[in-house]
Design a protein. Structure first.
Length: 148
């Protein structure tokens, strides 16, 4: 993928099966033209801030939505969320926590940090695919973001 183009969705997911299912559901339903996958919190922040391996990425090409797992290597999802929502340029990007956690403390902390939506990943394959379809439909087609 050419990271110089606008990214519809950034997926931050360290579980390759969940990442593959998410991408498959989005593509099957024609919900995103451009999807970019990173596998840990550090890589997500490097991508969004155009650092290190992503230094040639244009900041104006931020994703329309970020699907963010909580349990990530290097930097966890809550820290990634906090960093994004504290940045004046990135804070308007919708962040959807898509995680296996259903701990009330994770939900509360996520909303305190400014998450736009918190979804617990369904274990069932069909329910997972449907959930991703509905999330993508809402955030990419129905939601009205601010013009930048």
């Amino acid at each position: 993928m050419d990271i110089g183009n606008e990214i519809d969705i950034l997926i931050v997911e360290d579980n390759s099966t969940d990442a593959e299912l998410t991408i498959r559901a989005l593509k099957k339903n024609n919900l995103a033209n451009r999807i970019f996958l990173v596998e840990d919190g550090e890589e997500a922040l490097n991508f969004l801030f155009s650092k290190n391996q992503f230094s040639d990425r244009l900041n104006k090409d931020n994703p329309k939505v970020v699907f963010l797992d909580l349990k990530l290597p290097k930097i966890d999802g809550l820290e990634v969320l906090k960093t994004i929502k504290s940045d004046p340029v990135l804070k308007s990007i919708p962040i959807v926590i898509l995680t296996s956690s259903n701990e009330e403390s994770d939900i509360i902390k996520s909303y305190q940090l400014g998450v736009n939506s918190f979804i617990t990943k369904p274990v069932d394959f069909e329910k997972f695919m449907l959930a991703v379809k509905e999330i993508g439909f809402y955030w990419l087609l129905l939601n009205q973001p601010p013009l930048t």
